[in-house]
Write a protein that binds this ligand. Structure first.
Ligand code: PEP
Ligand code: MG
Length: 568
């Protein structure tokens, strides 16, 4: 048995699939004249293999691929079948006497270079297609195993050094039963995505990709944080029993979904959902959520080769708005950067990505993305159930600028007689120490605020939220973080503003009473955690929660704070 950090609840049984991201290494290889035909054949065979792999993906997933994805795959086939592409590679093999892989990589690089020089957005977006095709073709030539995450056909548990948030979002949930990684943390976006997909996951296990072999039978017990490799029958039966108990507990908890989140002594708070995509909407009624406290729209921009235009984004936002017309929907403007990347934006590699070009910092430089998103949100706002939230705010000028841009778009849409919410509510995430220090003044600029404790913790403590080496130092219960949260709530209430937390802290059962006692108005989390939090709220008195928070706020060490919370 091996233990790790459970980041998404659940228990799965399945075969291991090890993902090893083998690097494509191309060295210049000269060949003799006698080997020309052999190398040409290697290229042609693998070119055809690549085409049939893509065709297979399209066929297996007929009706499941959206039009955009299907178009991308078809364009890959067209490029691979292109006579010029074939001629150029064969020409190099013959005339420069180089191997198939080297010739292929040279032509791919040449095409990328040409596209980069063209001042045409559409053609620029084709660069990613060429990169994808080159990767597939070269991996086939070099006999590197290709695993298409969205098209895994066996029931498996993925074992990998790490997974990116966009890879996680692509997983084929019919067959992927969970994942185990060497890196990762509770607040990394890969873990957040796993919870959104309700996919059991354990992370932070040293060298796990060498301890498990492909096809080993695995039990992933992400309730008790354990992994079993080829366990005996007794263990299998024992964990099956535990899984049944867990399922029954959830069913029992779900029964309170129709009741409000109210304490025994009548203090009511709101429980909202964090969502990453439109599928998550179904969980709103399933788990008794009151609305959307955080829609992480950046996932809408991932796993594609170009920016979604106004129409595409409008369709998504409108779909959500229509699906829950009476509930509040908080759409957060795209928060890319940090551990979330979008290949087609070509974000340069940074030394400190979490301190770098992230969220509104990117959007204020790439105004087209900002306008497109704001316009799409406004066009879907006529039910008046949508609010806009800006992430990563550090100073007031940023809010003033964003409001100015938003108001300009509103004016244009009014002139065009579009049906929009002219008084759409504007809020921000409080997730930088800078914003928390000027909270009193910031609040005057906005309608609502939500504390992003995932980032606020990392920035207050100067601990990267995804870095395994310092993960033991990342703790939102440290006095500096707790006191900041209290100060934010206090100042907001003084100005009659309602406060939400949408960081992972809102879903920690052990701190629910502390947050309640500090006066938090809204807890926003992955929908499946709502029944657990509601259960605690309904079983306790606000009076006791206040006592706990008063006591905690007097403490100056983590040890004492944990004692107050855990040994109540
Ligand atoms: C946060 O920082 O707490 C938050 C909710 O935003 P994200 O996790 O997407 O950075
Ligand atoms: Mg954040």
């Amino acid at each position: 048995m091996i233990s790790g950090v459970s980041v998404s609840k659940g228990i799965s049984f399945g075969k291991a699939l090890i993902l090893k991201n083998e690097k494509i290494i191309i060295n210049k290889k000269n060949i003799s004249i006698n080997n020309i035909n052999k190398e040409i054949k290697i290229f042609l065979v693998n070119r055809d293999k690549s085409i049939s792999q893509i065709k297979k993906i399209i066929n297996i997933n007929k009706n499941k691929l959206n039009q955009n994805k299907e178009n991308i795959f078809n364009s890959h086939i067209m490029i691979l079948e292109d006579c010029e592409f074939e001629k150029e590679i064969i020409y190099l093999i013959k005339n420069q006497l180089i191997s198939a892989d080297y010739a292929t990589s040279k032509i791919i690089k040449k095409q990328i270079k040409i596209l980069k020089k063209i001042k045409n957005d559409y053609l620029k977006e084709r660069i990613n297609d060429i990169i994808d095709i080159g990767d597939r073709l070269l991996k086939n030539i070099l006999k590197i195993n290709i695993i298409d995450l969205s098209y895994i056909n066996d029931k498996v548990i993925i074992v990998s050094k790490e997974l990116t948030p966009s890879e996680t979002a692509q997983l084929n949930l019919k067959n992927v039963l969970g994942f185990i990684t060497e890196f990762g943390s509770v607040t990394s976006h890969t873990s957040i995505m796993a919870r959104s997909l309700e996919l059991p996951a354990i992370v932070n296990i040293y060298n796990i990709t060498n301890k498990i072999k492909n096809n080993d039978f695995i039990i992933l017990d992400a309730i008790n944080n354990n992994i079993y490799i080829n366990p005996d029958k007794n263990i299998i039966n024992l964990i099956k029993k535990k899984k049944n108990i867990y399922i029954k507990k959830i069913q029992e908890l779900k029964k309170i979904k129709k009741y409000p989140a109210i304490t025994i002594d009548g203090y009511k708070v709101s429980l909202f959902s964090n969502i990453c995509n439109t599928k998550d909407i179904n969980n709103i009624s399933k788990y008794g959520s009151e609305g959307i406290g955080l829609y992480r729209t950046e996932f809408l921009f991932m796993n594609r080769n170009n920016l979604p235009n106004v129409k595409e984004q409008y369709k998504t936002y409108k779909y959500i708005s229509k699906k829950i017309p009476k509930k509040k929907i908080t759409i957060r403007i795209m928060d890319i950067g940090g551990d979330k990347n979008i290949s087609y934006l070509n974000i340069p590699k940074e030394e400190n990505p979490f301190l770098g070009w992230r969220a509104i910092r990117i959007l204020m430089d790439f105004k087209k993305i900002l306008y497109t998103q704001l316009k799409a949100i406004l066009l879907s706002s006529d039910f008046k159930n949508i609010r806009i939230m800006f992430p990563m705010i550090t100073f007031i000028e940023e809010i003033k600028y964003l409001k100015y841009e938003l108001n300009n778009i509103i004016k244009i849409l009014i002139i065009k007689k579009k049906k929009i919410d002219k008084k759409i509510k504007i809020g921000i995430m409080i997730e930088t120490p800078s914003a928390s220090l000027i909270i009193k003044d910031i609040i005057k600029e906005i309608d609502f605020l939500s504390i992003g404790t995932n980032d606020l913790t990392q920035y207050i403590l100067a601990v990267d939220r995804g870095n395994k080496l310092v993960s033991h130092l990342y703790n939102p219960l440290l006095p500096s973080v707790i006191k900041s949260i209290k100060k934010i709530i206090y100042e907001a209430h003084k100005q009659n503003k309602y406060v939400s937390i949408c960081g992972e802290l809102a879903s920690y059962e052990k701190v629910t009473l502390l947050l309640l006692g500090m006066g938090l108005d809204e807890f926003s989390m992955n929908s499946s955690y709502i029944p657990y939090i509601k259960n605690i709220i309904r079983k306790n008195k606000f009076k006791n929660a206040t006592k706990i928070s008063n006591l905690v706020l007097k403490q100056i060490t983590l040890k004492k704070i944990e004692k107050c919370i855990f040994n109540k």
